[in-house]
Design a protein around this ligand. Sequence first.
Ligand SMILES: [Zn+2]
Ligand SMILES: [Zn+2]
Length: 341
Amino acid sequence: MSQFRQSPFTKEWVLIAPERAGRPQPAHAGPARPPAEHFVPSCPFCPGNESLTPFERLRLPAPGGAGWLLRVIPNRYPALMEGQALEWQRRAGRHSLTGAGFHEVLIETPDHALTPALLPEAHVEAILRTYRERFIRLSEDPRIAHVTLFKNHGRGAGTSLDHPHSQIIAAPVISSWLRTRLYEARRHWDESGMCIFCELMREELAAGERIVEQSEHFVAAAPFASAVAFQVNIYPRRHTASFGDISPAELDGLSKMLRSVLRRLFFGLGNPDFNYVIDTAPAEEARVRYYHWHVRILPRISEVAGFELGSGIAINAVAPEDAAELLRNVDVESEAPGPIS
Ligand SMILES: [Zn+2]
Ligand SMILES: [Zn+2]
């Protein structure tokens, strides 16, 4: 039975229509794709090709000292320019601003074939620690309004290079999409005196049906009105607006949970393309009381088509309860610890 659901975070409607896909298991699960090569001579992110990338900004050495664990570099084809001054032009109906900001790439591992689902926990923790470091550093630039940390995994998620990497874009503007989320969260805070994320997390934990997993510091759940099939959000239990305020214990907890959820997707859905993003209060509003940072993991299983584009209403063919149940039942620990062969 299909059902319209309204997102409490944006007030947008989505149509949950499971009949379009049948049961999630046969429609979506498949064998994990064969891995890429561990080393590709022409890949600019593979070890030995460091001279092909722009000047390195940060490098963590590999344990034992041979080579590197991860690197941060400026994007070779940046969307935003670091040396650019902020210059506004405001005319009626034609506001513009120079594309000043930062566009960095975090090369997550020297191994071309790996993905965070298959990395050791300590390695995922090093990636998240580096996210935090760059997030704080870029947020300090007076031109920057908002820092977006994200990963595109697979061609269907928009990546142009297969080598595992994530990106950091620090921009001088805040989108109207994020403004809407901030506005709804603030309105809820003003009306009820409660954080909408904390309140919903409590309700979801009590109901249980959309919970994927939980730990001391984090809760992973399929959102009630997710527009994307198999979307999972990871919420810190501690109410904090900005990802930059994550504690060392939370970094450890998030690396365990992010890796675990990605393993559920990898083994449960056959290594689908996905994006993940860290949704956080803007750099210039990092201390607001009404927001609650979180991670959104968005598998790219379904296509956006005419109805979505025309109506602004997404169709999700997998009920979040069914998605959560399938992902909950993936045995992440007994699966192969390393790359599949
Ligand atoms: Zn590579
Ligand atoms: Zn909260």
